[in-house]
Design a binder for this molecule. Sequence first.
Ligand SMILES: [Fe+2]
Ligand SMILES: [Fe+2]
Ligand SMILES: [Fe+2]
Length: 411
Amino acid sequence: MIFAIRPIKLLKALSQSLELTVNKTSQHHWRTAMIAYRIAEYIGMNERTQQALVYAALLHDIGAASDWEERRKLQSFEISNEMHHHAWSGYVLLKNSPQLGFLADYIRHHHDFWDGSSPNGKAGTEIPLISRIIALADRIEVLLQDDVYILDQRRDILTAVRKGSGTVFEPELVGVISEISCQESFWLDLMNANYYTGFFEMFDWGRFRYSIDDMLDIAEVFATIIDRTSQFTAAHSRKVSCLSAFLAQVKGYSEEEIKLMRIAGLMHDLGKLAIPNEILEKNSQLTEQEYAIIKQHTYYTYRLLEQIDGFQMVAEWAAYHHETIDGTGYPFRIGGAGLSLGSRMVAVADVFAALAEDRPYRKPMEFAQLVKVMQSMAECGKIDGSLVKDLFSHKEEIYALLAGIQSKVAV
Ligand SMILES: [Fe+2]
Ligand SMILES: [Fe+2]
Ligand SMILES: [Fe+2]
């Protein structure tokens, strides 16, 4: 099975997962990519390099996605040395990925100072051009204030950027920004959400043939970020992935479907990136509002995955894991008739994995207790009873699978 996917749509959707916050999505990556693209256009960069630039800009802060403290720090203009940490973690995350690895080095250097004073030690043109452009575009984006008239902002933004010329930023690129910024449209575009949400789709950069293994590779990267949002979920997505695939195998799914199920499991909590770590790690009772915030995560999982070409089914499998047979689940309240077996599998896998894991407010559940809880959930119309039976009748195998994952994560 091959997915004919427009990489720009894929990257744009993945990039959006880095922008999730409690109440809305921010646009840091999109707008950084847009500014970077304007610079690339101005200097006559060839189309291939432009693509790599835009893709790298769309994911540049991926290394900070799991850590809200770090995400908050990045919103201030000054770059301190400790902020280079996320550039390095982004690099480590991506470097071994066959699909996204080509972006790793650009991301590693996206806060390198032109004068060579940052920890990487590279200076001037030793720093990849793509990284130099992102460095500048990123800081301009951070200076944008949504509540101040945009054309009143440009003088201060340019002053701030010029101050860093020759130390933080490449002087020639600062010159380019000075030139571009004469166009009112450059600034107006940055404030026009209607325009920039469709901006990247205007590029005719074609479709790329991704195999299921390619998509699995990308899903692995994102599972790592998702699971790092809390020490309690260090291997959760991989466990759900593995258990979902196991259930699919028991039900006689084809090899390809089993792999798709793996992807759905890896991505099922993608929307969790919208939940601050302090809520995920809270060890006392959640307030009503905190619980509502947690519940948003499957909504975002769906809205992100559905944007990827050919991913409709995977989006449903992944995002319906808190929907219930009796229709009282969330966020769509779909109910039994609308819940495919695939979605039910991820739901059962998720409940099992979660109950068997440590949580800030309770210890891992013993098998006997777990059976009781899941059976009663099935009886109450929350999860699929036949899948629960499938799991319990393979107790040894599933515990061995989970132990295998745990030991890999512990390494
Ligand atoms: Fe950054
Ligand atoms: Fe950034
Ligand atoms: Fe979930």
